[in-house]
Write a protein that binds this ligand. Structure first.
Ligand code: ATP
Length: 332
């Protein structure tokens, strides 16, 4: 039976990297039925809606989506499509593995980190208003429910996958109530997991510690905004944003997307690295219990990196997006 998956190619480099990844997924032997939808500015032009109603219905039906980046206007304009979808389907866990690929020389070899980012609250609730001209208030919302379930997700993952240590990352010395509640919930969940070490680090110190010695960390548990920022920092350990995959996971739906954005500076040139979305697709294959296909794609990807012949520019090569996909297909 074919897997029905909602496909959102997105904009910027989205369509290029999505096309490359779909070609590879089609060659795994797994059967797919893609339901394609535009989102963001492109959807608005066609449907007069940034997220068409049919797209919501498709995700509700299929429970799984593969998504390219969708541009969010800065400082005004429509609300982030990514944030809206995460909220709508209550995709509370943002899971981002940071791991070196063989053959790719980076400043830090052998990094193996897991980022677990709370995905629905914090500063991302979008509650901002101008109190009087020149004064703006922005609310950060932290709840016991939201903090407990993300901590539970991190500890469950750690236990299931043999991860040794979880660090809660916070700024509870300043945000005593909000970050204080996040920590309180994490500590409570940690009590049920004596097999997983638990520690707490302040966010600013964590950034310094990560750059000094990323190997001291195993799994990082973070609120929404801290997770966003620390993910990009950690992407640099393994070769940049072109590589790091992500999964947005809820109780019954999941959306798989790369950590990077729409990269307008390189869009439409066939030079973007599709690895991040491809590794997100590998996470999706595992989620769909297509373990053999997931391993096949990951192995082919690693072969291409180990050979170092067909790499994209962001990681020191000369290959284009489609050429890179051809190399992965050949390795498969
Ligand atoms: P957003 O706020 O939407 O997450 P961003 O500000 O983090 O976006 P990106 O669009 O992710 O920005 O791009 C940041 C930099 O990384 C750009 O210089 C871009 O070209 C580069 N980059 C991002 N993704 C890729 C990719 N897949 N391949 C090569 N370079 C990339």
């Amino acid at each position: 039976m074919a897997h029905k998956v909602t496909l959102i190619p997105g904009d910027g480099i989205g369509p290029e990297v999505t096309q490359a990844v779909v070609r590879i997924l089609e060659a795994t032997g797994v059967k797919w039925e893609w339901e394609r939808y535009a989102a963001g500015a492109e959807a608005f032009e066609i449907f007069g809606e940034y997220i068409p109603g049919e797209l919501y219905e498709s995700i509700e039906r299929n429970k799984v989506a593969l998504k390219g980046p969708v541009t969010t206007p800065v400082g005004g304009g429509f609300k982030s499509i990514n944030v809206t979808l995460r909220k709508k389907f209550d995709l509370y866990a943002n899971f981002r593995p940071i791991k070196n690929l063989p053959g790719l020389e980076t400043r830090y070899p052998g990094v193996d980190l897991i980022i677990v980012r709370e995905n629905t609250e914090g500063e991302y609730v979008g509650l901002e208003h101008e109190v009087v001209p020149g004064v703006v208030e922005s609310l950060k919302v932290i709840t016991e429910k939201g903090s407990t379930r993300i901590a539970q997700f991190a500890f469950d993952y750690a236990r299931k996958h043999g991860r040794k240590k979880i660090h809660s990352i916070h700024k509870a010395n300043i945000m005593k109530l909000s970050d204080g509640l996040f920590l309180k919930c994490a500590r409570k969940v940690a009590e049920g997991f004596p097999d997983v070490q638990y520690a707490e680090h302040i966010i600013d110190n964590t950034c310094m510690q990560l750059v000094m010695n990323p190997y001291q960390y195993d799994t990082l548990l973070l609120e929404n905004l801290y997770g966003d920022i620390v993910s990009d920092l950690c992407a640099a350990f393994v070769g940049g944003l072109g590589l790091v995959p992500g999964a947005n996971i809820g109780v019954d739906c999941a959306i798989f997307e790369a950590v990077h954005g729409s990269a307008p500076d390189i869009a439409g040139k066939d030079i973007a690295n599709p690895t991040a979305l491809l590794q997100s697709a590998v996470l999706m294959l595992h989620h769909l219990d297509e373990t053999a296909a997931a391993e096949k794609v990951q192995k082919a990807l690693e072969t291409v990196y180990a050979e170092r012949k067909t790499l994209t520019r962001d990681v020191g090569g000369h290959a284009g997006t489609s050429q890179f996909a051809d190399a992965v297909l050949a390795a498969m």
